[in-house]
Ligand binder design. Structure first.
Ligand SMILES: [Zn+2]
Length: 69
């Protein structure tokens, strides 16, 4: 199991959920109940060193680092 960040495509709610890998499709938004949710990969961004210039985020649009907007 892992604590994973999700964002709802419908209402934009961000929430964390502890999920098993096999149970990911059963996650619903706690605010509106939609199943249209998206996983947020903040952990894959390099948020360290200020001199690296960012841009090394593997997801390209995590919204959680300076390289993604
Ligand atoms: Zn929602």
């Amino acid at each position: 199991m892992a604590l994973i960040d999700f964002k709802c495509d419908k209402c934009g709610e961000k929430f964390e959920e502890i999920v098993k890998l096999s149970n990911r499709e059963n996650i619903i938004c706690p605010k509106c109940g939609s199943k249209s949710i998206r996983q947020i990969f903040e952990g894959k961004c390099s948020m360290g060193g200020s001199g690296k210039g960012g841009g090394s985020c593997s997801s390209g649009s995590c919204g959680g680092c300076s390289g993604c907007h």
